[in-house]
Every structure is written in C-alpha cells, then in structure tokens.
Design a protein around this ligand. Structure first.
Ligand code: SF4
Ligand code: SF4
Length: 275
C-alpha cells in the first residue's frame, strides 16, 4: 500500500491540486469565500492578485476588445508564473480536462483494443494551426473565437454551476481520446496547452534525466504523454527541454531507478542540453 502511494505521489498531489482549485472557485461562487473569484480565463486571488489567461486575452485583443490594465497585470502574473514553473504545469496540475483525458488513457490501456486507432494519427502541428485559426476567427468575427467552444471553460462552469449540455462535449473528448489515438485532444488539438507550452519553453523548473541511473526499461516511454521529448533517454544525461513537458511527473513515478527528478535548471544549461 505504501508502495502504491509512493508510486502515485505526484498523481495524488495533482488531483488534490485540481480539486482544491475547483473547490476554491466553487466556494467563492456559492459561499462568498474570498479565495479565487472568476474563472480559468480571468480571476482575482484573495481579492488582490489578478490572473488572466494569455491565450484568451490575445483572442480578445484580436477581436478588438479593450484590454484593461487589470487584465494586462493578470497576464503578467501568469506569464511570470509560467516562465518559472512551465506553461504546461497548468495542464497536469490545474486543467479539469486533464482528468478526462488521463482517465481515457487509463481506460484505453486496460482495454484489449488499446493499440487500435480508428483514424490516422493527427500531426503535432495541428495545435499550432488551432492557435492561428483561433486568432484569425477572433479577428473576423470580433469575438474570442476559441473561447466559444473551449472545453476547459465549459468543464469549469459545469462543475461550479451545473453542466447542462456541457457534459456532451466532455464525453466527446473522452471518446475521442479513447478511440482515435492516445492523448489525442491534449497532445494534438488543444491550442491552450500549446500556447502555454511556448510561454514556458525556458521555465526554470524542469525534469532532468540521469543516464547513469537509466537501465533502459523504457517505462517512461509508456507513461509519458509526450514521448517525443524523451529523445535523450538512454543516450545522455540532460534536461528535458521540450516545451511540451507537462511536469506531470509520471516519468519520475514509474522509473524504478530514479533516473528522473525535478530540478532548477538555468537557461544556459537548457540551451546546451537542447543541442
Ligand atoms: S492540453 Fe488543453 S485541455 Fe489538455 S490539459 Fe492542457 S490546457 Fe487542458
Ligand atoms: S517528461 Fe515526465 S513530466 Fe514531462 S510530460 Fe513526460 S512524463 Fe510528464
């Protein structure tokens, strides 16, 4: 039992963080707590610290909306946070959709058809195109285009105010991940994760790999949702510099020999390891 907790320590911490954040929003809306008021696009923490999602703010900008000083300060706080800890930290520690897609992956891995994909693999570049299309549509229609269908906002509102038909979209993402290809939504479509990844490319907190401890079991490859960033495994000790790293710590949890760990890594070393 203790062994199970140790091997899932980051998973438990991530789920607790996601739940506590949702609880804080819920309490603010229903009981008037002054913890975090707003939503996952723009919020105020303890009545003083503004938070604004950079991707939705840029959509608003392209839509022609006035970006207030408060929103700009909120963007600044979030960008600073992503520069230190990593943009995709949001994905695995905050975003409620991560719970849906990781559950789909888990179900997929225990079902007999786990290697059968019903459609051709989507290219990684789809996420970048989603960002560009979101900005272009925001400009054309004068509204924050992706926010109209953003499942993160729909899930967040659903958990706090009740789902309505929003659960259909979440079920669609779950089935999409289950049947189309592993990690389909977050790894190939969601523009929010990609945009945050770009902001946190040189974040200071990184996962590092120690080749001397690696026994080539390749358990990390089975666990990591973004395997393309593990290209150094078994070859060299290096920082995982790929911006797609979610800081989910699955590699740390599954590696029996402790070849991965979180570390603070300066930009110079990251640039060196990137080669
Ligand atoms: S990729 Fe998008 S939907 Fe998936 S966890 Fe990240 S922000 Fe959420
Ligand atoms: S490298 Fe590790 S922390 Fe990064 S996404 Fe893969 S499993 Fe998660």
């Amino acid at each position: 039992m203790i062994n199970w907790f140790f091997h899932h320590r980051f998973y438990i911490a991530r789920r607790m963080t996601q739940t506590l954040i949702l609880l804080a929003y819920f309490g603010s809306n229903y009981f008037g707590w002054n913890t975090i008021v707003g939503n996952l696009s723009t919020a105020l923490v303890f009545g003083t610290i503004p938070l604004s999602d950079p991707f939705s703010t840029l959509q608003m900008f392209f839509a022609g909306a006035v970006i207030t000083v408060d929103i700009m300060m909120g963007v600044g706080v979030v960008v600073f946070f992503y520069s230190v800890i990593g943009g995709r930290f949001f994905c695995s520690w905050v975003c409620p959709i991560n719970i849906v897609t990781e559950t789909a992956t888990w179900v997929r891995n225990i079902l007999p058809f786990n290697t059968v994909d019903v459609c051709s693999p989507l290219p990684q570049s789809t996420r970048t195109w989603m960002i560009i299309i979101s900005f272009v549509l925001s400009y054309i229609f004068s509204l924050a285009a992706y926010e109209m269908i953003n499942p993160i906002g729909i899930a967040h509102r659903g958990i706090i105010f009740g789902f309505g038909m929003g659960w259909v979209l979440l079920l669609a993402i779950f089935l999409f991940d289950l049947f189309s290809q592993e990690y389909a939504w977050c790894g190939h479509i969601c523009p929010v994760g990609k945009f945050n990844a770009l902001l946190g490319k040189y974040s200071l907190i990184k996962v590092v790999h120690d080749k001397d401890k690696c026994v080539n079991s390749l358990e990390c490859f089975k666990a990591c949702p973004e395997v393309q960033i593990l290209n150094m495994v078994g070859h060299k000790s290096a920082t995982i510099t790929g911006s797609s790293c979610l800081k989910c710590a699955r590699c740390i949890e599954v590696c029996e020999t402790g070849a991965f760990e979180f570390s603070v890594v300066g930009i110079t070393k990251q640039l060196r390891d990137d080669k």
